[in-house]
Design a protein around this ligand. Structure first.
Ligand code: ATP
Length: 253
């Protein structure tokens, strides 16, 4: 079956730093895929190149077999909803205005945009902030309006960079429910997270990224093995250096 997202030989170099190093990864259709890695491992760079936000130095990214970086890229972008890291938003608009603006830009009929915006704002508990400008939003509210913009055009693939970061537990439960429902309806999700328990709870597949490369991938059970994902993750990326808690002797009285 065609992968929902297929990354092959993806590479990004910043000066002397190779952020993403010939990375190969296929996200199967209908999967709920978690991407985990330490700070600076290359998750955001990978996802940004995968959805057409950051031009790769090498390799290809295909969404349902459509090349994101070729002329066909626009068609690929219709199939994907993206929650990027550090989302740039029209700051002087309210949440509803943002959804209306982006929905109309995507060519959705006005009535459809209005109905979906209403539903998303209520579901994500942003309707109470009806008259609040995005510039005044809290970090968690920005995540939620970003997620709403990713969902608005009913994509077939969701690519979410740290969707639960700074989101309160009540809203997180709602988002989990939305995402589970999306996958149950045939959609595919790939999300990055540092929270292993969350990935274990939500995802059926996981890839561990280290220094811009995939060091383990497969079903959750295949990657985790007999223990927890966290244990396996630390084994894979820290290679048991065990020195993390040393030092700072001046902190103990
Ligand atoms: N615009 C840039 N210029 C230079 N280096 C960059 C740039 N963007 C990312 N990098 C570097 O590329 C590497 C990968 O960064 P990236 O943001 O993809 O990691 P990440 O896995 O998403 O990290 P985190 O979990 O902290 O968000 C890091 O070493 C980072 O410093």
């Amino acid at each position: 079956m065609t992968a929902a997202l297929d990354l092959a030989g993806l590479t990004k170099v910043y000066g002397a730093k190779t952020a993403v190093d010939h990375l190969d990864l296929a996200i199967p259709q209908g999967s709920f895929y978690g991407l985990v890695g330490q700070n600076g491992a290359g998750k955001t760079t990978t996802l940004s190149m995968g959805v057409g936000l950051l031009r790769p130095d090498g390799g290809t990214a295909r969404i349902f077999d459509i090349d994101v970086w070729a002329d066909s890229g626009r068609r690929a972008k219709e199939l994907v909803g993206v929650l990027p890291d550090g989302l740039a938003m029209p700051e002087r608009l309210t949440g509803r205005e943002v959804l209306t603006y982006l929905g109309l830009l995507r060519g959705l009929p006005e009535r459809v945009v209005a109905e979906r915006a209403e539903e998303l704002l209520a579901l994500l508990e942003l309707d109470a902030a009806e008259n609040t400008l995005v510039v005044e939003y809290s970090t968690g509210m920005r995540k939620k309006i970003g997620l709403a913009t990713a969902l608005l055009h009913a994509p077939r693939l969701l690519v979410l960079d740290e969707p639960f970061e700074a989101v309160d537990p009540v809203s997180a439960a709602t988002i989990k429910e939305i995402l589970r429902g999306f996958v149950a309806g045939g959609g595919s999700v790939v999300l990055s997270s540092h929270v292993m328990a969350l990935v274990e709870q939500l995802c059926d597949h996981v890839a561990v990224i280290d220094k811009g490369r995939v060091v383990a991938h497969g079903t959750l059970a295949e990657v985790s093995g007999a223990g927890s994902l966290e244990k396996r993750f630390v084994e894979l990326v820290a290679a048991g250096d065990g020195g993390a808690a040393k030092g700072l002797s001046w902190l103990s009285s």
